[in-house]
Design a protein around this ligand. Structure first.
Ligand code: NDP
Length: 399
């Protein structure tokens, strides 16, 4: 019997809960725990009543002792962390203390420094190994499925992959002048940071959104795609033997960029606390409070996402190119689980990763990125669980 603790009750968590309930033979009991318990109770209301037994709890996941107490009380086999990246280390510490496995969808970022890196979580490798526990890092779509796609490409089509372009397009329209599709703070910090890509053994840094290309995405159409630093670049640069270059592109409309520029120019995206009416506040926290809640975008968003990876390399001495991607329809996601496609494409892989761990297919003591596991059972599940993938054997890299 499996019992899983899900921490966080936002947009992604809603999809994880819905999908766990669709797989009750694996997820017999789940507990949703988060800062605001009413959000956990709402989810229980929305998705409960089936075979999976749902309980809820109030939890401050910045506090290791609180997490330890909840885990000791609930006794889950593993924790799915879909709170925010700031909670990764406290939750990993609590998992180690209580002997339960761990999975997340975003790497640790110190709240006061907008710099996400795996080094903090990779530092837990030996501890998890010694404890006989598995920690799966970055198991959403990007990072997550992009790493699984890479392991699959390497296993089946290449001897060596030399070039990877990861392409993330959102052709969705929610009708608001400006909103972010997932947590605004994390999203804006990611986009307003310098761009970076890996080339010939070193990082090449760019100004934020300096490199723009136009790409024609299947079922989404032509979009402006901007080069960003994204966390899977760090692990893939390490785990793909022979890699010469790896880049990440994400699409944004001109309208989005214009709003972001204005917000940045007036200081609203800053994380430097300022004093307002005797209270210290980070402007970006205020901005988050006035922007639409990403979890509320579901009913309004129409259009599709297309996320995938183009690979170039060699097999048996001959050049090979390969493109694998998923197309996801915002409204279809909303009809199925009540969320837009960004939360859906993150929550479904998180549930699949947990299923892999519970079924023992992705269980090995230590801390791992997804490309370090066998991709085949995960790829099969993507097709079954709502994220089917498509292949193109004659693509060209972004020029
Ligand atoms: P939301 O902001 O919608 O949800 C975050 C949830 O975590 C909220 O319920 C929040 O509580 C809760 N939370 C925050 N701090 C604490 C705390 N200290 N203790 C307990 N609970 C806390 O975010 P999303 O659902 O959009 O994103 C969830 C995660 O998924 C993020 O880490 C994000 O970076 C990641 N992500 C990964 C992607 C991928 O492809 N790999 C893509 C998109 C997102 P409250 O309700 O009280 O605010």
């Amino acid at each position: 019997m499996s019992r899983v603790l899900i921490i966080g009750a936002g947009g992604v968590s809603g999809v994880v809960v819905a999908k766990c309930c669709q797989n009750p033979e694996v997820f017999e009991e789940i507990c949703i725990a988060s800062r605001t318990k009413s959000k956990c109770d709402d989810m229980k209301e929305r998705f409960g009543g089936g075979k999976t037994k749902i309980t809820t709890a109030q939890l401050d996941a910045d506090n290791v002792e609180e997490i330890v107490a909840l885990i000791n009380d609930y006794k889950p086999e593993m924790v799915i962390n879909v709170a925010l990246p700031y909670q990764d280390l406290t939750i990993m510490d609590a998992c180690l203390e209580t002997g339960v496995h761990y999975l997340d969808t975003a790497n640790y970022e110190p709240p006061e420094v907008p710099k996400f890196e795996y080094k903090w979580q990779w530092a837990y490798r030996e501890k998890f190994e010694k404890a006989g526990l598995t920690a799966i890092l970055g198991c959403g779509f990007d990072p997550g499925v992009t790493g699984v796609f890479s392991a699959y490409a390497l296993k089946h089509y290449f001897d060596e992959i030399h070039y990877i372009d990861i392409l993330d397009a959102n052709g969705g329209d929610h009708g608001y002048p400006f909103a972010t599709n997932f947590n605004p703070e994390i999203n804006i910090r990611e986009i307003t940071s310098n761009g970076r890509y890996w080339q010939e053994g070193e990082w090449v840094e760019t100004e934020p959104l300096e490199i723009k290309r136009v790409f024609d995405f299947d079922q989404v159409g032509e979009k402006d795609a901007y080069l960003l630093y994204h966390e899977e670049l760090e692990s893939l640069a390490m785990n793909m033997p022979g890699i010469k270059r790896i880049r990440f592109f994400m699409t944004f409309s001109q309208k989005y960029i214009t709003h972001l520029n204005v917000l940045q120019n007036v200081g609203m995206t800053s994380i430097e606390p300022i004093e307002i009416e005797g209270k210290m506040i980070q402007p970006i926290h205020f901005l988050k409070a006035v922007l639409p809640d990403p979890a509320s975008l579901g009913p309004r968003t129409v259009g599709k996402t297309n996320i995938g990876c183009i690979y170039q390399g060699v097999k048996d001495g001959k050049p090979v190119s390969y493109y694998v991607y998923n197309v996801c329809d915002h409204q279809a996601c909303y009809k199925e689980v009540g969320s837009q496609a960004i939360s859906y494409t993150t929550g479904v892989p998180a549930m699949i990763g947990a299923k892999m761990l519970i079924e023992g297919k992705w269980k090995k003591p230590g801390v791992y990125n997804v490309e370090e596991f066998d991709p085949d059972p995960f790829m099969e599940e993507l097709n079954k669980q709502g994220l089917p993938w498509h292949e193109n054997f004659n693509p060209t890299l972004v020029d």
